[in-house]
Design a protein around this ligand. Structure first.
Ligand code: C2E
Ligand code: MG
Ligand code: MG
Ligand code: MG
Length: 279
């Protein structure tokens, strides 16, 4: 049938599909090998107390240090890793490495209050050994209470709500704080805020970026901050790129934030110099 459209076109279509399929299979194989070779490492973006201009913690963001592909960002591997379940290994690897490095920093900079927050794929909650792994990491590195935090997106809450809730509660019993990532985007439902035991809301970057041009966005941010406060949650602003944003957010009562204005996510050794001068 395809021949009716002309032979050339048929082959072009076919070879494109073929190429995509091969690339997709190769990516999966490469991710598997990379996990074995420990090529996934955390980069760290500092989270600041906006008022005091001091680092209070870090978000760990996965990077793939590949000899073939170079330094590779999540947008190139997270989707495939989620689809294949390999994300489970990557997330636990990032959490373990981050916990180890955090403990080192807490000692080196004499501050046990420094925290690390790691991103967690929602699908892990279906897998009930998650809390077991996390508790093992906490005791292995003797992580103080509240120092290890986990970020979930709203995507996690859509399905299997009861199971998610159960696992969240178990994590909280281990002293792990929970953050709702990218708040205000996607499926945002206010009911998530009281149905699930979150400690912190992370206001999505898109709100912060438009805040200066769009008065309505600023009103939204102020409302989110006030609501969080009333619910006993803290707030982290994501994607702060300008000093003026820091000023406005501080006036609105936002305690902490992160973004390129302060620092890009950096490798362990690079960021130690930043910590030294902002602690
Ligand atoms: P996210 O958790 O919302 O992380 C914030 C993203 O915004 C990061 O991108 C960070 O580099 C970027 N960012 C931070 N400050 C600024 C800023 O001021 N301006 C702009 N334009 N961007 C900023 P990244 O590292 O590429 O990560 C993208 C997403 O990949 C993350 O979004 C998270 O959803 C996912 N991800 C990253 N690491 C992991 C991981 O270890 N496990 C899982 N499951 N997901 C991860
Ligand atoms: Mg995050
Ligand atoms: Mg985010
Ligand atoms: Mg995001």
């Amino acid at each position: 049938k395809a021949k009716e459209f002309g032979k050339g076109r048929y082959e072009l279509f076919n070879s494109n599909m073929h190429h995509e399929l091969l690339a997709s299979i190769k990516l999966e194989l490469d991710i598997k090998t990379a996990i074995k070779n420990q090529e996934f490492i955390p980069y760290f973006q500092p989270i600041y107390n906006l008022n005091e201009n001091k680092i209070v913690g870090f978000e760990a963001l996965a990077r793939w240090q590949s000899s073939e592909r170079g330094l590779t960002y999540p947008n190139e591997f997270i989707a495939k890793a989620e689809e294949t379940g390999l994300i489970h290994n990557i997330d636990l690897e990032i959490i373990e490495q981050s916990a180890k490095i955090l403990r080192l920093w807490q000692k080196k900079f004499k501050n046990d209050k420094l925290f690390i927050t790691c991103n967690l794929f929602s699908g892990h909650f279906i897998n009930s050994d998650l809390t077991l792994h996390i508790s093992r990491i906490i005791s292995k590195y003797q992580i103080p209470k509240n120092s290890l935090r986990l970020e979930l997106t709203e995507r996690a809450l859509l399905e299997n709500g009861d199971l998610v809730n159960e696992n969240m509660t178990k994590l909280k019993e281990l002293g792990v704080k929970l953050l709702l990532d990218d708040f205000g985007t996607g499926y945002s439902s206010l009911s998530y805020l009281y149905k699930f035991p979150f400690d912190t809301l992370k206001i999505d970057r898109s709100f912060i970026n438009n805040m200066r041009e769009d008065k309505k966005q600023a009103v939204m941010i102020k409302t989110i901050i006030d609501m969080a406060e009333h619910l006993g949650m803290s707030v982290v602003a994501e994607g702060i790129e300008h000093e003026s944003e820091v000023r406005v957010l501080t006036e609105m009562g936002c305690q902490s934030g992160q973004g390129f204005y302060y620092s890009k996510p950096l490798a362990q050794t690079e960021i130690e110099q930043v910590i030294q001068s902002h602690i």
